[in-house]
Design a binder for this molecule. Structure first.
Ligand code: ADP
Length: 286
């Protein structure tokens, strides 16, 4: 398998690449991760079952779109495929774990990425995944419809199959036009899964975002997620707001947008996320 991956890398870069060293990298939630190098060049590889190749394809295309925006550093994807029953994705290796204070630059770089828009509306070129859950992205004209159908209703449907009980879900879906009234965001290129585990700093002190669930959506979804499990440092928000100020009403929409991730967490992990989601729904309907 590793020889085939090395050949794929050689074919893509046009330079001979033979693996000299391979070591596993910890910290991922879903895939097995490795660094491979030939003494001169290093690559980051993730592996999963062959059936998961579409997930890697979507990740590579999402990374490409963010990379091409030239706004914020993401690993440059190289290739993906299947071999011997495994799916793989290959991307640029980044020396992470820098200690520089990169939160300010991260805020302004994310704001710059959020200025990138799409004339096709809200959505993306294909379904991707949020955690291990499919995330549908059919192009949709309005944010209200996209968020209601492709985000909330989709997760409620999956949660229902898992036995989740959200007694006020229909009430919430009906209240969305009010909750989003007078909010008309432009479609923005978003990371889609921006918790602290997906933000890092290179050894040179450059901020990086990893492992995206890319689409064109309301930029506030990324800000909201940075606040879901404890906030990023204040320098991040100061720089973001200086570059691209948030609009009034964000405090309420933040709850609405994080509800998507909390229901998804119920779908992935079960447990107390159901009660947390119900508390958020109550808050929104108050
Ligand atoms: P998973 O898809 O399994 O959640 P991640 O994409 O989050 O995996 O990667 C796992 C870990 O590997 C990250 O937390 C990060 O520390 C490291 N990592 C991710 N991408 C790179 C990269 N391009 N270069 C070096 N290390 C990386």
């Amino acid at each position: 398998m590793w020889t085939a991956i090395a050949q794929h890398i050689s074919a893509k870069t046009g330079q001979a690449f033979t693996i000299q060293e391979r070591r596993s990298v910890s910290g991922g939630c879903i895939n097995q991760a490795y660094q491979i190098n030939d003494g001169a060049q290093a690559f980051f590889i993730k592996l999963n079952q062959a059936s998961q190749v579409a997930m890697f394809e979507a990740e590579a295309l999402g990374l490409s779109e963010m990379y091409d925006s030239q706004t914020i550093r993401v690993p440059k994807p190289l290739c993906w495929g299947t071999v011997d029953g495994s799916a793989y994705i290959v991307m640029e290796w980044l020396d992470l774990g820098g200690s520089g204070e990169a939160w300010g630059p991260m805020g302004s770089a994310l704001a710059a990425m959020h200025r990138v828009t799409s004339d096709q509306g809200f959505g993306w070129r294909q379904t991707n995944t949020i955690g291990a859950t499919p995330q549908p992205n059919p192009w949709t004209e309005t944010w209200l419809e996209f968020y209601r159908e492709q985000r909330l209703r989709h997760q409620f449907r999956l949660a229902g199959r898992r036995g989740g009980r959200f007694p006020r879900q229909h009430e919430l879906l009906m209240a969305l036009p009010d909750l989003l009234a007078s909010h008309h965001p432009a479609p923005a290129l978003v990371h889609g899964d921006l918790w602290s585990g997906n933000a890092a700093v290179t050894a040179e002190g450059e901020p990086v975002i990893l492992d995206p669930a890319t689409y064109y959506g309301d930029r506030e979804v990324d800000l909201a997620m940075t606040e879901l499990f404890g906030r990023f440092p204040e320098a991040f928000y100061r720089a973001y707001n200086a570059a691209y100020p948030l609009e009034g009403g964000y405090a309420t929409r933040k709850i609405l947008y994080n509800l998507y991730h909390v229901i998804n967490h119920f779908n992935l992990f079960g447990g107390s996320y159901e009660a947390q989601a119900n508390r958020m729904i109550d808050q929104l309907l108050r």
